[in-house]
Design a protein around this ligand. Sequence first.
Ligand code: ZN
Length: 203
Amino acid sequence: MQNYRDYVKQIFPLGFEDLIYYYELTEYNGNYESYFQFCQENLLTQWQGLDFHPCFIYFRNDKELQALARRLSTGEGIIEINNGLFEKLNDIFYQNRKFISSLPGVSQLEDENLMDAPMYYLMFQELMLFLYYHELGHVIQFSQMNMMITERNMASKGFDNSLLLHVMEMDSDEIASNFTIHHIMATWEKAPIEHVPTNSLKL
Ligand SMILES: [Zn+2]
């Protein structure tokens, strides 16, 4: 376990102090905390063979629906998740929790407490994990380049003009898919086999 405030102090020397968002006193505290703890531990323990430089994640104090990956000229990787994006996605899934619970098979899983959390929350978590791995994919791509990618700009009309950027997005999506699927499988493995959809989730 890392304390978020202590952790982000490591980023201060890199020049991000004014941008950092602190979530402890918000209603989203628990969701931020579990996401941060997973990501920081994953960055610290799972990727040493790929890069000799550390990679950090933090939440940026910015309402824009945006996430960003960058590699600094000094070598460190940085993943930024805007608090506006995190909270908007959290709200969307929460507001649709009754609809999600009504989907075929979901209510039974929830009623019998066969999942770790309500389905809307598991879906939100999987989406945020996909985002994390996608941004990490960009940081890995940048090991040979000094550049930065902002997701919102990548989705703009200028995007199609660059084959390189197009390929980098697809590559990051593939990285994210390959890792996120293991989280989804781990979730399903906790459910009795009769509840697992038979025509999906086969690797
Ligand atoms: Zn991207």
